[in-house]
Design a binder for this molecule. Structure first.
Ligand code: PMP
Length: 375
């Protein structure tokens, strides 16, 4: 099998799985219980959270565990909207967000919030002038993803923050960091709120977190009991949390070296596929190497995905969350519907090997030439 869909999800790292299994077996107490078994769990919860907080240079109380990035995005956007609706009802998002952000915005619209979509340039970078213009006195929140999930465009969050805060100090800045964390370095201090998901970084499915700066207030969406966190009451899923902490540590180990290696693989695929006149590489100078998007103009993407699938090679159309749809990100950057209808996303990881890439290119060539009648 050649798995090239690491941006949809990743397999669990074996040592992360060991942590998951060991903690499940050995820490049966509820971290909210006051007896010694509960205490033992509570201590592990504290140390796992401290490890995560230390990696990102934040306070442990600023980490709110969620089931993944969709929940973290909901908590951030709806929570910030509810906490600030008296100050204003205006929210800004980019045109390069994950579908979950747009779904939340659609819900917020039904509650009377106004959503503006900030423009980006031809490289996918946020249009700073447009952002400056769009931030108003009643803008309570701006949400811009750190790395786009389809084309991999990475945004300069620090600069974006400066623009937002210069226009309105009170505007909260959220970033969906799901495709950034574990692939490229991030700085939590560039934002007020950030979402991430463990299953994108060789952690288990069903765990992620929302970083919430202690400087901002958001309204809880879930009510219940338990001392662990006001925003996410209930029994903390300790095995998942310990496994997430381990996955984050592993992901951040040698981050730049891993990125450089993936860059070489990306270059190899790019140069090989660019020779086909009907294949367009949807890559900008801000795309991270782990995400490689192409438009195969003369073969439908589903057909290509299934053709590769027969050889146990796995790629996706645009994103796992919007398969079958046209690519919003390709529209936002290239404004070309036909190109957006034909996208394939090849997502790489530092565990991808050169041999896998070579075999992928060989099979791709055979299947593509066959399907497009190039022979
Ligand atoms: N945001 C981004 C940028 C994503 O890539 C994804 C996963 N496709 C999500 C949010 C949703 O994450 P989860 O599956 O953990 O809910």
């Amino acid at each position: 099998m050649i798995y090239l869909d690491y941006s949809a999800t990743t397999p669990v790292d074996i040592s992360v799985f060991d942590t998951l299994s060991t903690v499940t077996k050995n820490f049966i107490g509820n971290a909210n219980s006051i007896h010694s078994l509960g205490q033992k769990s509570s201590e592990l919860l504290e140390s796992a959270t401290k490890q995560i907080a230390d990696i990102f240079g934040v306070n442990p109380s600023e980490i709110v565990y969620t089931s993944g990035a969709t929940e973290a995005n909901n908590m951030a956007l709806i929570g910030a909207a509810l906490a600030n609706h008296k100050k204003g009802k205006h929210i800004i998002v980019s045109k390069l967000e994950h579908p979950s952000i747009y779904a939340i915005c659609d819900y917020l619209k039904t509650m009377g919030f106004e959503i503006s979509y900030v423009n980006n340039d031809k490289e996918g970078l946020i249009d700073f002038d447009d952002l400056k213009e769009k931030v108003r006195e009643d803008t309570i929140l701006v949400s811009i993803c750190a790395v786009n999930s389809e084309i991999g465009v990475r945004q300069p969050l620090k600069m974006i923050r400066q623009i937002i805060k210069k226009e309105n100090m009170g505007t909260i800045f959220h970033s969906d960091m799901t495709q950034a964390i574990g692939k490229v370095s991030v700085n939590m201090h560039d934002v007020d709120l950030a979402s991430m998901s463990g299953h994108k970084i060789f952690g288990p499915k069903g765990i992620g977190f929302l970083y919430k700066s202690s400087m901002v207030k958001i309204t809880p969406l879930i009510y219940g009991s338990g001392k662990s966190n006001d925003l996410k009451p209930g029994t903390p899923p300790l095995p998942l949390i310990a496994a997430l902490s381990k996955a984050i540590r592993l992901a951040n180990d040698g981050l730049e070296k891993k990125e450089r290696f993936v860059s070489l693989l990306n270059d190899k695929i790019t140069s090989s596929l660019s020779k086909y006149p009907n294949i367009i590489i949807n890559k900008t100078k801000y795309s991270i190497p782990q995400i490689l998007n192409i438009s195969v103009m003369d073969v439908m993407p589903e057909v290509m995905v299934h053709a590769l699938d027969k050889h146990e090679i796995y790629v996706s159309t645009n994103t796992a969350c919007s398969s079958g749809d046209i690519s919003n990100s390709v529209i936002a950057i290239y404004n070309d519907i036909n190109r957006a209808k034909h996208t394939l996303r090849i997502s790489l990881s530092y565990v991808t090997t050169t041999e896998e890439v070579n075999r992928f290119l060989k099979i791709f060539k055979e299947e593509y030439e066959n399907l497009s009648n190039l022979k």
